[in-house]
Design a protein around this ligand. Sequence first.
Ligand code: 5AD
Length: 344
Amino acid sequence: MLLDAIAELNQLNTLSDEQLAVLIETKSYQEDLRQAADKVRREHYGSDVYIRGLIEFSNVCAQNCYYCGIRAENANLYRYTLSKEEVLQCCAEGYALGFRTFVLQSGENPAMSDKIICDLVFAIKSAHPDCAVTLSIGEKSRETYQSYKNAGADRYLLRHETANDTHYRQLHPSELSLKSRQDCLFSLKEIGFQVGSGFMVGSPGQTTQHLIEDLRFLQELQPDMIGIGPFLSHRDTPFAQYANGDLALTLRMLSILRLMFPHALLPATTALGTIAEDGRERALQAGANVVMPNLSPKKYRDKYALYDNKIATGEEAAESRAALEKRVVAAGYRIVTAVGHVKK
Ligand code: 5AD
């Protein structure tokens, strides 16, 4: 019955929690889910894979999320912030390699005033008017988000991390709340950003019910992009001792997301490429349609360590675009040079 529902493809949004739980938990459905998801992705995006140049421009962060390696209290980390010129240089190099979206990501760095960010966004858009600029710099006021939009930013990524309030509090200190995170996401949408959200799979304390709540929240938010990856432990965090998330479960969740959100941009994330050598290719085959190679200057790449063993110099990197291209083709897809907006 469930597999019939999968075959009907667009029926996944009408599944009950109990039915979703079966899909999430049943390992033997993996391949059926994957094939159904791939069929839907090909209907909407063909074999196209969009690339985004990721610029991790500062690892300074005021927050203390228990899972994250760049949390404020991690004293074992060299902190860096790129200058405007360095960021523009990354963009220029990325442009020459065929990138038409730049994703600026950082910790919640209080030194990055609205003016600094707006100047940066404006400078990138002026240098590359045919490119999209995505920001991923955390929770801000609605006014601040509006100023980023006015400066020319097109998209904003802010994972909700978990849509269950109790679980949210298990992952974050009391200064942070699910409500404020969700409010940010709805503000971003109202302001007119293309919005990305998402969650970790296998974060400490996560249950199947939590994953279903993640899906339900996403049905409400209707984001343009959904980023998921396995939780991976980092030695200098309170969660150092917890086990990593599961690759197969993450792939099943990706396929379920593709079936529930046929038009969504779903990245094959760095965390997936870290947990398995072929993790990102398998993600593409399970429904993902975006990869975000690292465009940051090489000397900083290992400093943006959200988790241990983050891939940082190999073929995940932007400069090995040819190698990446080969891997994508071998997986059955092709990289396109396009701004890569969501199709709806
Ligand atoms: N393991 C996996 N993903 C992580 N992130 C942060 N820390 C970890 C970790 N230890 C993810 C969060 C965040 C995104 C930028 O990286 O979901 O939103």
